[in-house]
Design a protein around this ligand. Structure first.
Ligand code: ADP
Ligand code: MG
Length: 351
């Protein structure tokens, strides 16, 4: 046996995306029904008339959430909503979830009831059925893993790799709020741990806090696109920040992209809170995470159908791969986009 120390590669050398790629490269699919394996927001299985979508996400205490400021009920809601987001990102309808938890004896039955009340609230809101899971003990802390299943017709399924040159890049809602909300909670936690007599100053910050603590999946955006008869050509949900998701779409589609800073939708409440924290709102939108908006591309001919729809914004266009991935700043300069999504193994440990 080789000395494990000699052959040791640190996880951070790969980063999250590199590690997934490295580990999953040898996978061979055995069934023709497994249409899409690793690499999109959800796996796609041909189950006859329709396609079945499957997606899993795991949340770990201390990495993805801090129970100092996250109420368990909200955490339960969020754990479900973020999984459903991946099903919507395939243009699908979520139908069922399973929930697995690993829990230490630090938690009481009442605490877990709170967690489940949040999960069931999300199941009600999105009309999905909780159909099973697993429960196990953990030496420290809480881990929650949710698997979401859904369906989509063969005509409507939308992958990350379908973007074509000159198509329009669109995003739902607004970006950056969840990241600014997180920074605000972190700041207040720091102040509180320095002096527990100081009350948190969260006045007027409801919007960014809600976006961080109780994110919603964008069911409405998917419905609206269907209503106006737009079939997106590529789609992904914004879990790691706009820059990272644009790079997923363009690299998988073999294209480039140009987006415009002044077109990126950012809520005034986010701008205000960001400025107070000394953060650049555009950076929060590009490199923050957890917005769970939908980022998608549409054919140029569909512009008229989308241009007046509230809550959907055109932020740029797809280019040739050689043109690279760029942001045109408000000052008119061209900045190269970098995938600065969370590096789960590096310093920015939010997962
Ligand atoms: P998302 O942000 O949409 O949840 P991820 O970046 O987590 O997507 O995952 C990207 C792809 O890699 C998905 O297809 C996912 O199923 C797959 N994946 C992630 N981790 C693993 C793993 N440990 N083993 C196999 N596939 C994985
Ligand atoms: Mg996703």
């Amino acid at each position: 046996m080789t000395d494990p120390q000699e052959n040791r590669t640190e996880l951070e050398e790969f980063g999250e995306f590199g590690l997934i790629q490295h580990l999953t490269k040898p996978i061979k699919l055995h069934h023709k029904e497994s249409i899409k394996g690793v690499g999109d927001d959800a796996a796609v299985i041909d189950t006859g008339k329709e396609l079945t979508l499957v997606s899993t996400d795991m949340l770990t205490e201390g990495v993805h959430f801090d129970l100092m400021y996250v109420p368990l009920k909200h955490l339960g809601y969020k754990a479900v909503a973020v999984n459903l987001s991946d099903i919507y990102a395939m243009n699908g309808t979520p139908k069922q979830i399973t929930v697995s938890i690993a829990v230490s004896n630090r938690f009481s039955v009442e605490a877990l009831e709170e967690l489940y009340s949040g999960m069931l609230k999300a199941c009600e809101a999105y009309q999905v059925d909780l159909i099973g899971g697993d429960t196990t003990s953990s030496l420290s802390g809480l881990t929650i893993s949710v698997t979401a299943m859904g369906t989509v017709s063969k005509e409507k399924v939308t992958y990350r790799n379908g973007a074509k040159e000159n198509e329009l890049v669109c995003v739902s809602g607004d970006l950056g709020a969840a990241y600014v909300g997180l920074q605000l909670l972190e700041r207040e936690k720091q102040i509180f741990s320095d002096n527990s007599l100081v009350q948190p100053d969260l006045e007027g910050k409801d919007y960014v806090l809600e976006r961080q603590l109780k994110p919603e999946a964008r069911i409405q955006a998917v419905k609206v696109l269907d209503d106006v008869d737009i079939q997106p050509t590529a789609m992904i949900d914004v879990s790691d920040g706009l820059a990272s998701e644009l790079i997923h779409i363009t690299s998988q589609s073999g294209k480039g992209v140009q987006i415009y800073e002044d077109k990126i939708p950012i809520d005034p409440a986010t701008i205000m809170a960001a400025e107070e924290l000394g953060l650049d709102p555009t950076m929060a939108a590009l490199n923050g995470g957890e917005d769970y908006e939908l980022l998608f591309t549409i054919k140029p001919d569909d512009y008229d159908k989308i241009k007046d729809i509230e809550g959907l914004h055109v932020i740029g266009h797809i280019t040739d791969a050689n043109a690279g991935c760029h942001l045109v700043t408000k000052a008119g300069t061209l900045v190269s986009l970098k995938a600065q999504g969370w590096n789960a193994f590096g310093e920015r440990n939010e997962g």
